[in-house]
Design a protein around this ligand. Structure first.
Ligand SMILES: C[S@@+](CC[C@H](N)C(=O)[O-])C[C@H]1O[C@@H](n2cnc3c(N)ncnc32)[C@H](O)[C@@H]1O
Length: 315
């Protein structure tokens, strides 16, 4: 059975956060990517003393999750914020640290389903792709105003697209003839830029360019770079953070910070660990976990997930 809007690796996220929640009599979890509130709902149901601080940069996610979590409104604080603002949000709420943090990165299936948002290459819509439609620059503005070199870099790096130069040259040519104005026009241009043999493998050829533009429009990687270390600083001792990434560039960033934070800074060769230089975090398990075959069958979004978890062990 296919499940719409199912929360990815829900049971695993709860199992990983549970030991940290159970250690406190007044536990708080930050759901940094509230979305439709699926993970938060399950956590609030399981732990009657748990408070959730839910963040999302998308006002329509805030509206929908507020309705979904209404029965827990006395234990839920929902804030329209970008997740690298987490320390400031917690400070404004008078919270010094939290027991759990969850990041379920990327776009939600709700955002993909809202055709007018322009995230999907399968439906005709204006080229917007902003998760926060109250501010920022749209995909159309990126395509219309960025230099050739910047567009090539973005599509090559963020989309891991080997035909980036051809795509951008066609985009620049289209710009001179009135521009690209819709998702369908962009999807067609990408398809026509890719040599026929390459078009036949790896799914819709527009997928990589759409991913690249979405990452740029929402500054996803820069924000994640700031957000992960800031969020780790918000954890109490014994607190845990779980991060689910859906593409390799995100997972690389998470892995980099987790690896650095779990290594001792005591110089190699010293016979004893210097306490002040000992690692303040430990990995809950090594490497990353994937969703089960069964979950992937039921929810295609789970296909690319890589889950990592870290625990704070010292101040
Ligand atoms: C995959 S969904 C989360 C789904 C949620 N876990 C659930 O079970 O319903 C990701 C959400 O994160 C939000 N988001 C993405 N980047 C963000 C950022 N930098 N700051 C805050 N929210 C962000 C998106 O708007 C989206 O609603």
């Amino acid at each position: 059975m296919k499940v719409e809007h199912a929360s990815v690796m829900l049971d695993r996220c709860i199992a990983l956060l549970s030991p940290a929640i159970e250690k406190s009599s007044n536990p708080i979890v930050v759901d940094a990517t509230l979305g439709l509130g699926g993970h938060s709902f399950a956590l609030l149901e399981k732990f009657p003393n748990l408070k959730i601080i839910g963040l999302d940069r998308d006002l329509s996610a805030i509206e929908k999750s507020s309705a979904r979590l209404a029965k827990f409104s006395d234990r839920t604080t929902i804030v329209h914020a970008v997740y690298d603002e987490m320390p400031a949000v917690l400070k404004s709420l008078g919270i010094a640290n939290v027991q759990g943090i969850l990041f379920d990165l990327g776009v939600s299936s709700m955002q993909l389903d809202q055709v007018a948002r322009g995230f999907s290459y399968s439906n005709d819509a204006p080229l917007d792709m902003r998760m926060d439609q109250s501010r920022g620059v749209s995909a159309k503005e990126v395509i219309d105003s960025y230099s050739r070199n910047d567009l090539i870099r973005i599509i090559r790096e963020y989309g891991e697209e080997r035909f980036a130069t051809r795509i951008v040259d066609n985009l620049i040519a289209a710009r001179e003839k009135g521009g690209i104005n819709s998702t369908t026009e962009l999807a067609d241009l990408v398809k026509n830029s890719i040599p026929a043999p390459a078009r036949r493998v790896g799914g819709n050829p527009a997928k990589r360019t759409f991913q690249a533009l979405r990452i740029e429009v929402n500054q996803e990687l820069e924000i994640l770079q700031r957000a992960i270390p800031r969020a780790m600083d918000c954890l109490s001792v014994g607190g845990r953070m779980v991060v689910m990434s859906f593409q390799s560039l995100e997972d690389k960033i998470v892995k980099k910070f987790f690896t650095a934070a779990t290594e001792s800074k005591t110089p190699v060769g010293l016979p004893v660990e210097i306490e002040a230089l000992a690692a303040k975090f430990k990995l809950v398990f090594s490497g990353s976990e994937k969703a089960s075959e069964q979950e992937i069958e039921e929810n295609s979004r789970a296909q690319s997930v890589r889950l990592r978890a870290i625990e704070r062990v010292a101040i």
